[in-house]
Write a protein that binds this ligand. Structure first.
Ligand code: HMG
Ligand code: MG
Length: 293
C-alpha cells in the first residue's frame, strides 16, 4: 500500500491574506467548503491578527462560523498572541498556529518584535491553549531582508518551540528561495534532534523549486506538507514572496513518487477554479489579471 502524506491546505489563509483584493466572506466560506469536499483533512481557514495590518483576514470569525464543518477535518487558525488565541478558540478553531522567524528582520517586519520577544509572547499562548498548537518557523534558508539564514538559527528556534509544547514545527521557506542543497543543510541539523513526524514543510514557489524541496524533505522523513489551492499565497510583509506551491501540483508530484494523499482530483480542480476566479489569477499562476482576460 502506498505510504500516506498529509497535505495541510493553507490557501484560505496564506493565499487570501496576500491578495490585493479583499475576498468577500461568503466567497471564502464557499472556497473552504469546496476544499472540505476534496479529501483534505487539514485546512488553515483563518487568521486572528491585527486587522489594520492584514485587512484581508479581518473576517476570520465570520468565516469560521459560516463554514460547513466536516467530521474528520481539522480547521486551523493563525494566532500571534493571547488575544488571537482567544478569538481563534472562540471561533471554534481545532488547531492554533503561532508563527516565529529564524531571521530577526523578518520577525520585526511581520510581528513587530524580536525573535526572543516573540517566544515570550508565545509562552502564555501555549499555556492557555485548549487546542493543539502548531508553530511555523519562517525564513528557514533565506530572509527577504538579510539574505541567507544560518541553519543553526532554524534549529535553535525549532528546538525551543518543540520544547515549549508545539505539537508540530512547520519549516517555512517564506520567499521561495530554498533549494534542495540549502534545505538539506537545515534538515541535516533539525532532523538530527527532532523527530521528522513532528515536522512539516511549507514551501513558497517563487524560485520554482518547491516540488524539488518537497522531494528533499521526503528523503528526511517528513510526511506533512503545506500547499495552497491554485498556488495562491505570499506574505504581505515579505517582499518577493509569491504563491505557495499549488495543492494540485503537490498531489500529482506525490502520486508520481508513489505516495497517496487521499485527495481527489476533480473536487480539488473545482476548488482551484473558484480560488483563481476569486483572485483574478490565471491557471498559469499569473496574478491580478482580469478574470475575463
Ligand atoms: P503589535 O506589536 O501590538 O503592534 O502587534 P501592531 O501595531 O502591529 O498592532 C497593534 C494593534 O493590533 C492594537 O490595536 C492591538 O489591539 C491590535 P490598536 O490599538 O492599534 O487599535 N491587535 C490585535 N487585533 C486583533 N487580533 C489580534 C491582535 N493583536 C493585537 N490578535 C501583531 C503584533 C503580531 C498582532 C501584529 O504585528 C500583526 O497582526 N501582524 C500581522 C502578522 C501576520 O498576519 N502576518 C502574515 C501571516 S505570517 C505568514 O504569512 C508566514 C507563514 O505563512 C509561514 C511562512 O511562509 O513563512 C505562516
Ligand atoms: Mg507562508
Amino acid at each position: 500500500m502506498a505510504e500516506h502524506v498529509t497535505i495541510v491546505e493553507v490557501g484560505p489563509r496564506d493565499g487570501l491574506q496576500a491578495e490585493p483584493a479583499i475576498v468577500a466572506t461568503a466567497d471564502k466560506i464557499a472556497l473552504v467548503d469546496l476544499l472540505s469536499a476534496t479529501g483534505l483533512t487539514r485546512i488553515e481557514a483563518a487568521s486572528f491578527v491585527n486587522p489594520a495590518r492584514v485587512p484581508q483576514m479581518a473576517d476570520g470569525a465570520a468565516v469560521m462560523a459560516g463554514i460547513a464543518r466536516r467530521p474528520g477535518i481539522r480547521y486551523a487558525a493563525l494566532a500571534p498572541n493571547l488575544r488571537g488565541l482567544e478569538a481563534a478558540e472562540a471561533a471554534g478553531a481545532d488547531e492554533i498556529a503561532i508563527f516565529a522567524s529564524a531571521s530577526e528582520s523578518f520577525s520585526r517586519a511581520n510581528i513587530n518584535c524580536s525573535v526572543a520577544e516573540s517566544l515570550a509572547r508565545f509562552a502564555p499562548v501555549l499555556a492557555a491553549a485548549r487546542r493543539p498548537v502548531r508553530a511555523y518557523v519562517s525564513c528557514i534558508t533565506d530572509c527577504p531582508f538579510e539574505g541567507r539564514v544560518a541553519p543553526g538559527a532554524v534549529l535553535a528556534l525549532a528546538r525551543r518551540l518543540h520544547e515549549m509544547g508545539c505539537h508540530e514545527i512547520c519549516l517555512a521557506d517564506t520567499i521561495g528561495r530554498a533549494e534542495p542543497a540549502t534545505l538539506a543543510q537545515v534538515l541535516d541539523l533539525v532532523t538530527a534532534e527532532l523527530p521528522p513526524a513532528r515536522l512539516a514543510g511549507h514551501f513558497h514557489d517563487t524560485g520554482g523549486r518547491a516540488l524539488d524541496n518537497i522531494s528533499t524533505a521526503l528523503g528526511y522523513g517528513l510526511r506533512i506538507f503545506d500547499s495552497a489551492v491554485g498556488g495562491l499565497g505570499g506574505c504581505p510583509f515579505a517582499p518577493g514572496a509569491s504563491g505557495n506551491v499549488a495543492t494540485g501540483a503537490v498531489v500529482a508530484h506525490l502520486a508520481a513518487l508513489g505516495f497517496e494523499t487521499g485527495i481527489a482530483e476533480a473536487p480539488l480542480a473545482r476548488a482551484a477554479e473558484l480560488a483563481l476566479r476569486l483572485t483574478g489569477r490565471r491557471p498559469d499562476g499569473a496574478a491580478n489579471q482580469s478574470p475575463d482576460a
